[in-house]
Design a protein around this ligand. Structure first.
Ligand code: ADP
Ligand code: ZN
Length: 201
């Protein structure tokens, strides 16, 4: 793909879990490999409990080798001078520096592809995804399928022991007692501490 005369831009693949972000990232990287482009793939270390540590894995079973990183600065250090494409999965887990790193790589001619969950279990912007979507040339926002009604799904319902997690549960849970379902806006539930929805009025 060529976006213009000069190489170097930012693409964001956003959406909830199960919306096909990893699938799409893998597809773009495969095509770049067919085109014999020099590609490097990274993913946040934080995701290691969901999938194999050294791979980007889609829920549909396809996989791609990736280098796990702890920080955005580490990506910047690991990118080789002749790399043409940098793909980053689980970008929502990376620190705020990821915006600067993506911008600098794009300025020096690298095609930067970032995939990440744009909203957390509360339906609020996740990490730097909002800012990345703002500075990117291209943004794709994917939807999953609501497991309750079958409509397009834009939320991740966090369940703890089978019940909807409350608003005040932590953004990233350590230990993995929770599970997630893709749901549409209308089937999604987020109990608040005081159940006081009238505070919004
Ligand atoms: P993401 O990276 O956004 O979490 P993946 O690429 O890992 O998405 O997974 C997408 C795949 O997940 C789909 O192709 C489908 O096979 C599977 N899947 C499982 N549950 C759902 C769902 N509720 N909605 C859509 N796809 C689902
Ligand atoms: Zn629904």
């Amino acid at each position: 793909m060529n976006y213009g005369m000069h190489p170097g831009w930012i693409e964001v693949i956003s959406g909830v879990m199960f919306s096909g972000k990893s699938e799409e990232l893998i597809r773009r990287v495969r095509r770049a490999t067919i085109a014999r482009r020099k590609v490097q793939v990274f993913k946040s270390h934080l995701d290691s409990r969901y999938a194999g540590l050294y791979s980007v894995a889609s829920h549909n079973g396809t996989e791609l080798e990736a280098s796990p990183v702890d920080s955005a600065a580490e990506i910047f250090r690991l990118v080789r001078p002749d790399t043409e494409i940098v793909a980053i999965d689980e970008a929502q887990f990376l620190d705020g520096q990821v915006v600067r790193v993506a911008t600098q790589l794009a300025s020096r001619g690298v095609r930067v592809i970032l995939a990440g969950t744009d909203t957390d279990f509360r339906g609020e912007p996740f990490g730097s995804m909002g800012e990345l979507m703002a500075v990117a040339e291209m943004v794709d926002k994917l939807q999953a399928i609501c497991v309750l009604c079958g409509d397009p799904a834009c939320r991740n319902q966090r369940l703890i022991d089978g019940n909807p997690a409350r608003y005040d549960s932590p953004t990233i849970m350590i230990g993995g007692r929770e599970s997630y379902q893709a749901r549409c806006r209308h089937c999604y539930k987020l109990p608040r501490r005081d159940e006081d929805q009238t505070a919004l009025l």
